[in-house]
Write a protein that binds this ligand. Structure first.
Ligand code: 3HC
Ligand code: NAI
Length: 716
């Protein structure tokens, strides 16, 4: 027997325990051990019944994702085989579940004859989030237990199902207080004593009868999920499997599930989604910040400025149950900011996603002040005043005096140098950037910007805080635009040039939307508002290097008073009250006019050129960022783009996607584009060139481990 599975005999009941920390993943060793344990117990006369359980924090987190794609050692049983062996047992098998039973873990439990769970357990089939379908009978057994509509919901969403709901649905037989293994042993003995007939999920038919021969159920479901699942293969494959459960005998249904599982496992989408899973976990690991760095407790927070960002940031704290004091220049500004916060919460209540009581609790956690004296107790302060260096330094100087010495002072600046802001304090080690994305109460990304003096404790505390308030924190170094906006700029710039050369906003947006982004650059501009960028460009005009190509298209749109959705006109026009962009001949004429003014003969720009010209420079800028040591891993950049800009998860983020396309292909196109257009931003990054020459990808790079960032050695 392997160490990964242990067996103890409790007066005739074999308790088989998975012992594979941290999540009891069902890897090669566990499957081998489990199969051997089941076979031994079922043929042992001293065993009347079996209990299968987990150890540590959970029952099982499912298949070991890190082993996907690796050939198993000879003789390793497939998970479906192990589960079929369990289900076929003539002796009762009871699953004793605690913590989580996910994916293959839940499928294992579904193969048992009875499922008991400790209170607080959560179960799910999250395979869809990894770009696959449940591959160990889950799509066939679950519908037989809970019916087709509920199974569609559970499997296609991949969502966690709390124990009580799982009990109601019929996934679990009972939720027990106290020791679940003890309860399972008792239940197993009772079954033996009373000769309770064994109930095998694969043999149940009743729940299928109600939907058999009703293809419209599946057609409708596919229709309703089409917006949410746009571009993803796995949700549709899940529906196909469940439809097979409805219409085919069990054995044929499982064969179909297996075939689809194997196909998806090898797909680029699944590779990308598995990459995303690990990238999200890697991002919290900072090479020079030890895991055991003592954190500063964050029990109270303060936010300076209650405008667009400050209000949203304050909501994050309140929603996480952390009391937050909001500071503004005047009571009037506070009242205005608070009214918007209340309106935002009320909208969530109206949608049924928050109770009125919870809204009141959250609002009760937000206090307001116009006096710095009231900030003395805050553990963390986040500044979100206007984007002006002198103002920020003034505010940080005052905070330094008013706040307790170990409070962390963070800035939400989107463009300014965090080190210069820190210089206004006597605690630069406790100063850091926390770049939230708009709307700050919704968007999950936080670019945490490390200054030269930010201490390990400050970094670790802010990274943890990101998680506590439901965000994904990515640590980045200081540079213009940080990681996300710097890359965005490289892409937006080429889009405007393409307009001058022959494309139209609608065409570019369509290509980018079809690639899988939530919207194209022009619809995004209209949503965000065009005037802020215009004002910044006006200020920069005097210092803009004359030799760099500059497109005036965006400025000319603004000169017409078209600032985006807020004026019902920008790159597109909008019907009053509608957010749907409509191509506008006024813009198209203006674009043509600008082409002519600048000596361009408009040409047919292909969709492929749009994609390459927008996305490859974005990747190229990511390569520069890596080489400059402003992000420790290519996968961190992927996380920034998935969470901050909606880069399609099924493409794994721009750097992973680049590896799928082939770094050499991207390098070759960038070289050609640079030769053709001469634009500085099209110049291939040295790292891109080296990887292309070595036949490598971004996934082959090591983590940048040296600090301060920005002066580390080249990662290759
Ligand atoms: N396979 C391999 N590694 C896994 C894993 C899995 N299924 N689940 C978690 N891990 C690893 C994580 O990468 C992490 O490793 P690290 O410490 O080196 O970074 C470690 O285990 C701990 O994970 P978390 O940080 O996520 O720990 P939490 O306690 O926050 O969460 C969890 C635990 C809820 C189980 C979460 O890890 C999770 O959701 N795991 C994935 C569950 C899943 O998707 N299962 C389906 C797998 S596919 C499948 O079963 C196919 C089948 O149908 C055939
Ligand atoms: P905003 O103009 O909506 O809000 C700024 C608020 O700061 C105003 O309510 C103002 O009264 C207040 N304020 C000004 N001086 C103050 C002072 N001395 N003390 C206290 N409050 C003061 O600006 P917005 O958009 O919220 O931006 C705030 C910061 O967030 C800026 O640094 C900006 O660059 C950054 N940011 C903005 C994003 C956006 O999309 N709007 C995205 C990410 C970062």
């Amino acid at each position: 027997m392997s160490d990964a599975v242990t067996v103890t005999n409790r007066d005739g009941v074999a308790v088989i325990t998975l012992q594979s920390p941290p999540v009891n993943g069902l890897g090669f060793a566990v499957r081998t051990g489990l199969q051997a344990a089941i076979e031994a117990a079922t043929s042992d006369d001293a065993v009347d019944a079996l209990v299968v359980t987990g150890s540590g924090k959970m029952f099982s987190g499912g298949a070991d994702i890190s082993e996907f794609g690796q050939p198993p050692p000879p003789g390793t049983p497939h998970l479906p085989t192990v589960i079929d062996t369990i289900e076929a047992s003539e002796k009762p098998v009871v699953a004793a579940i605690h913590g989580f039973a996910l994916g293959g873990g839940l499928e294992l439990a579904l193969g048992c004859h009875v499922r008991l769970a400790a209170a607080g357990t959560r179960v799910a089939l999250p395979e869809v989030t990894l770009g696959i379908v449940p591959g160990a009978g889950g799509t066939q057994r679950l519908p037989r237990l809970i019916g087709i509509p509920a199974a569609l919901d559970v499997i296609v969403s991949g969502n966690m199902v709390p124990a009580t709901r799982a009990r109601t649905l019929g996934i679990l037989d009972d939720v027990v207080d106290g020791d679940v293994v003890e309860a399972a042993v008792r239940r197993a003995r009772q079954m033996v004593r009373e000769g309770t007939p064994i109930r095998r999920a694969s043999a149940l038919e009743d729940r299928l009868a109600e939907t058999r021969g009703k293809p419209e159920i599946f057609a409708e479901f596919r229709q309703t999920m089409s917006r949410r699942a746009r571009g993803f293969e796995a949700p549709y494959a899940c529906v196909d499997c469940i439809e097979a459960a409805a219409n085919l005998p069990y054995a044929e249904g499982t064969a179909r599930e297996r075939e689809i599982f194997v196909r998806l496992l090898a797909s680029d989408q699944s590779k990308a989604q598995r990459h995303a899973f690990f990238a999200e976990r890697q991002v919290a690991k900072i090479p020079d910040v030890p895991k055991d760095t003592p954190l500063l407790p964050v029990k109270t927070a303060a936010v300076i400025g209650c405008g667009t960002m400050g209000g949203g940031i304050a909501m994050n704290f309140a929603s996480a149950g952390i009391p937050v004091t909001v500071f503004e220049v005047s009571q009037e500004a506070l009242d205005k900011g608070l009214a918007i916060i209340a309106k935002n919460y009320a909208a969530t209540v109206a949608k049924g996603r928050l109770s009125q009581e919870e809204m009141d609790t959250r609002l009760g956690l937000i206090s307001t002040t116009v006096s710095y004296d009231d900030l003395a107790d805050a553990d963390v302060v986040i500044e979100a005043v206007f984007e002006d260096m002198d103002l920020k330094k003034e505010v940080f100087g005052k905070l330094d005096t008013a706040c307790k010495p170990d409070a962390i002072l963070a800035s939400n600046t989107s463009t300014l140098d965090v080190d210069e802001i820190a210089s206004a304090t006597r605690r630069p080690d406790k100063v850091i950037g926390t770049h939230f994305f708009s709307p700050a109460n919704v968007m999950k990304l936080m670019e945490n910007v490390r200054g030269a003096a930010s201490s390990a404790q400050t970094i670790a505390t802010i990274m943890k805080l990101s998680k506590t308030i439901g965000k994904v924190g990515v640590l980045v170094g200081i540079c213009d635009g940080f990681v996300g906006n710097r890359m965005l700029y490289a892409y937006r710039r080429q889009a405007d040039f393409l307009l001058e050369e022959g494309a139209l906003p609608h065409q570019i947006d369509t290509v980018i939307y079809d690639f899988g982004m939530p919207m194209g650059p022009y619809a995004m501009g209209d949503l965000a508002g065009l005037d802020v960028g215009w004002r910044i460009r006006q200020r920069q005009a005097a210092t803009r290097p004359a030799h760099l190509r500059y497109s005036t298209v965006a400025d000319r749109i603004c000169e017409l008073g078209r600032f985006g959705q807020k004026t019902n006109a920008g790159w597109f026009r909008y019907e009053p009250g509608s957010r749907t962009p409509i191509p506008d001949p006024v813009v198209n004429d203006l674009v043509s006019q600008i082409s002519a003014e600048n000596g361009f003969t408009r040409r047919q720009v292909s969709d492929q050129e749009i994609l390459e010209r927008c996305m490859y420079p974005l990747v190229n800028e990511g390569a520069k960022i890596l080489e400059e040591g402003l992000a420790p891993r290519a996968s961190d950049i992927d996380v920034v783009w998935m969470y901050g800009y909606g880069f399609p998860r099924y493409r794994g983020g721009p750097m992973f996607w680049a590896d799928l396309v082939g770094v050499k292909t991207i390098y070759d196109v960038m070289s050609r584009l640079h030769d053709e257009h001469g634009d500085y931003w099209l110049e291939p990054a040295p790292l891109l060139k080296r990887l292309a020459e070595q036949g490598k990808g971004f996934g082959d790079l090591d983590v940048v481990a040296s600090f301060p960032w920005g002066s580390g050695p080249s990662p290759v």
